[in-house]
Design a protein around this ligand. Structure first.
Ligand code: CP
Length: 313
């Protein structure tokens, strides 16, 4: 693998998933990354991505450097041709080229502003690093995608499924703040590559980007969509059509035991962090159906498989 920027960078998904599972059970390549350095740049906060990716790199023998860009570094300019006479002190042209002198892989987390759809879809930050770095780029969640999370989710479903072709429901849930589309986008794209029956349930006004959902079933009736579900992935996102807006925080869509009873005793997934009793009720998160900690543990092995593939590539 040359970069891991989006899911199209995966050459062979079944082989990558098998390798992640193998790495989970046998840490088979502890020397592969010896003498190599992973640089991790955070424009936004993280718990799981930061620690699981750092752990994954160290399990492969890599050195890791972490920078919280907004606090620790110079503010970066990503637009070409700017007169840089305001607060931005360094251009991505120099920034990415210099980082490439110190790092063998550069990992970047940069969320969308959720103000201008076209600008966010252009992935200015991630594509700036891709264009001006001379080393591979790893997406740790960008404006429109979270491919490390999606690989984790696929691994979790692969491990826990009982049916050959499980029914997987991605259901919207309420949240007080406007959240990005990166996780649901990548989850939908990943499930489209897998042998599952996928259904998205969301209120009217919350349909995801149709270029992502394509011909995936979308239901505006959560109860109906949840029938026979083997896996329920609960996630909030802001409106795509009315870009970045919270249209309503409808508590009727909170995922609770009553909703769970309408499924096929489904495993309940969430990428975390999760707001209890807003997104998912305590009676689900504290039940045996919740696999959110199992899922979070898998972040390490998905990242390890990706880093291994980049190091070999
Ligand atoms: N799921 C996820 O990406 O978690 P963090 O935001 O804590 O990294």
């Amino acid at each position: 693998m040359k970069n891991y920027i989006n899911l199209s960078d995966i050459d062979d998904l079944p082989a990558l998933l098998e390798d992640a599972l193998h790495l989970k059970n046998h840490n088979s390549d502890p020397e592969l990354g010896k003498g190599k350095t992973l640089g991790m740049l955070f424009f936004n906060p993280s718990l799981r991505t930061r620690l699981s990716t750092e752990k994954a790199a160290k399990l492969l023998g890599m050195e890791v450097m972490v920078m919280n860009v907004n606090n620790d570094s110079w503010a970066l300019e990503f637009e070409d041709g700017q007169v840089m006479d305001s607060n931005k002190a360094e251009h991505i042209k120099e920034g990415a080229a210099v980082l490439s002198q110190y790092c063998d892989i550069i990992a970047v987390r940069a969320f969308p502003e959720l103000k201008d759809k076209e600008r966010d879809n252009a992935e200015l930050v991630l594509n700036g690093f891709k264009k001006y770095a001379s080393v591979p780029i790893l997406n740790m969640e960008s404006a429109t995608g979270h491919p490390l999370q999606a690989l984790t989710d696929a691994l979790t479903i692969m491990e826990l499924k009982k049916a050959k072709r499980p029914k997987v429901v991605l259901t919207w849930a309420p949240h007080p703040r406007a959240l990005p589309h990166a996780v649901p986008n990548s989850f939908v794209q990943m499930m489209q590559k897998m042998d599952v029956e996928l259904c998205i349930a969301n209120p009217k006004g919350y349909d995801l980007n149709p270029e992502i959902t394509k011909n995936t079933t979308i239901s505006h009736d959560q109860k109906e969509a949840l029938k026979n579900a083997d896996f329920v992935y609960v996630k909030n996102w802001s409106s795509y059509e009315n870009y970045g807006k919270v249209l309503k925080t409808d508590a009727d869509w909170t995922f609770d035991q009553e909703k769970l009873r309408g499924t096929n005793n489904a495993k309940v997934m969430h990428c975390l962090p999760v707001r209890r009793n807003v997104v998912i009720a305590d009676d689900v998160l504290d039940s045996e159906n919740s696999v959110v900690i199992h899922q979070a543990n898998n972040r390490t092995f998905a990242a390890q498989a990706v880093l291994k593939s980049i190091l070999k590539g």
